[in-house]
Design a binder for this molecule. Structure first.
Ligand code: PMP
Length: 423
């Protein structure tokens, strides 16, 4: 049976598209390992891990089995007043592998919601201390999701703040760090954020940022010393630090969590995307005993959030299997190997006049063009070349499944070279 693409075009909204002039969509019949099979039976090598999520590609036996086993027991049960082993097991694993001190786990249903939860935790923390604060400080070119709180701390241009101007809380923004991951460090890089914190700390509930890798806001890798410096500033002025590891978590940058590049622990961390190996929507917000206890001893006495699908057993069971698999496959060697190959295979792009920059960190490869690309045209070209790569703006980037094979990765990088050369 074929997919009714016409109905899709007429009725289904896709991410960030128009309902009157939508970008074309390709029908997918199935997916296995690193290959997507389209309606016409064409096979594409997946370079996106379905937006950072599918660490082991698709149709992963252990994850299928975990979902099937759990399905026979219970697909879902409310989390208010009830609990279950998959949630307990997942919380144990998250506490164990996340940066030190993050011992209290809130299971959310998507990355954006986990960010909302983090913001609410910070606000309630100060409320409970009888020092209510109402603003967050963040860095430009960040991305934290599409719900309102998350949007308010996302780059004003990236999230089109002006569309929601009268509704969005106004947050404090400082410039994107300029020193990249591999450049020499200079302490003056911290001047702007230090001044902003010094002037506004009385009303700042937390600093929120994506550690090391700014994803959707520009695929930029900044210097670990910046993150260390922000941690020091937060300590000095007693601010909470929220690390949004939704994209970077679970090994993508070469460390299990990107905060490890700077050797720091945040007060609150958000994880999502790859938590279930890309099988279903789940996220988590972890915080310290101190934050959790302060919130719980405050006037409210409770933390005010509780989604219907909180701790969904199916998602938790798959997440447990995914984390077990990640820890079992020697992920670090795999990511180091992908990083080496990405450096080799993408370096010819540096010779192209249309290319501004080529950068690689862990299993993330980025080619930044001088001019923005026409997504519909470029997407079609990539499909013709047998790969699934979805560019945005000036950025062509890949973050393949960790199980990608060398010839597959070569083909992805060659396709980027071809398309960048033609643009
Ligand atoms: N934070 C970051 C860093 C992200 O990359 C994303 C997703 N692109 C989100 C938050 C939002 O997650 P979700 O799409 O699951 O709501």
């Amino acid at each position: 049976m074929s997919i009714d693409l016409q109905f899709d075009t007429n009725h289904l909204w896709h991410p960030y598209t128009s309902m009157t002039a939508p970008l074309p969509c390709y029908g997918v019949l199935s997916a296995d390992k690193c290959m997507l099979t389209l309606e016409n039976n064409q096979q594409l090598i997946d370079g996106m891990s379905s937006w950072w999520a599918c660490l082991f590609g698709y149709n992963v036996p252990e994850l299928n089995q975990a979902a099937k086993n759990q399905l026979d027991k219970m697909a879902h049960v409310m989390f208010g007043g009830l609990t279950h082993q998959p949630a307990v097991d997942l919380a144990k694993k998250l506490v164990e592998i996340s940066p030190e001190g993050l011992d209290k786990v809130f299971l959310a249903d998507s990355g954006s919601v986990s960010v909302e939860v983090a913001l609410k935790m910070a606000l309630q923390y100060w409320h409970s201390r009888d020092k209510p604060k109402s603003q967050f400080l963040t860095i430009r070119n960040g991305y934290h999701g599409d719900t309102f709180g998350a949007m308010s701390v996302t780059d004003p241009e990236g999230s089109m703040h002006e569309l929601y101007h009268n509704f969005l809380p106004q947050q404090l923004f400082v410039s994107q760090p300029t020193i990249s991951f591999e450049q020499d460090w200079c302490e003056s890089e911290l001047d702007e954020i230090s001044a902003a914190v010094e002037q506004n700390h009385h009303n700042i509930a937390a600093v929120i940022l994506e550690p090391i890798v700014q994803g959707a806001g520009g695929m930029y890798f900044y210097h670990p010393e910046y993150l260390k410096g922000v941690r020091r500033l937060c300590d000095k002025y007693e601010l909470l630090l929220i690390a949004d590891e939704i994209a970077t978590g679970f090994g993508r940058t070469g460390k299990l969590f990107a905060c490890e590049h700077a050797g720091i622990s945040p007060d609150i961390i958000c994880v999502g995307k790859a938590i279930t190996g890309g099988y279903m929507s789940l996220a988590a917000t972890l915080t310290t005993n101190k934050v959790a206890q302060t919130i719980s001893r405050g006037k409210a006495g409770v933390f005010m959030h509780g989604p219907t699908f909180m701790g969904n057993p199916l998602a938790c069971a798959v997440a447990c299997a995914s984390i077990d698999k990640l820890l079992a496959i020697n992920w670090s060697d795999k990511v180091v190997n992908i990083e080496k190959m990405l450096n080799d295979f993408l370096s010819p792009c540096k010779t192209l006049t249309q290319v501004q920059d080529v950068r690689v960190l862990g299993a993330i490869g980025v080619v930044e063009m001088i001019d923005p690309l026409d997504v519909a045209i470029v997407q079609k070209r990539f499909v013709e070349l047998g790969v699934w790569i979805r560019p945005f703006g000036k950025l062509v980037y890949i973050m393949p499944p960790y199980v990608i094979e060398k010839p597959q990765l070569k083909k992805l990088c060659d396709a980027i070279y071809t398309v960048a050369g033609e643009s």
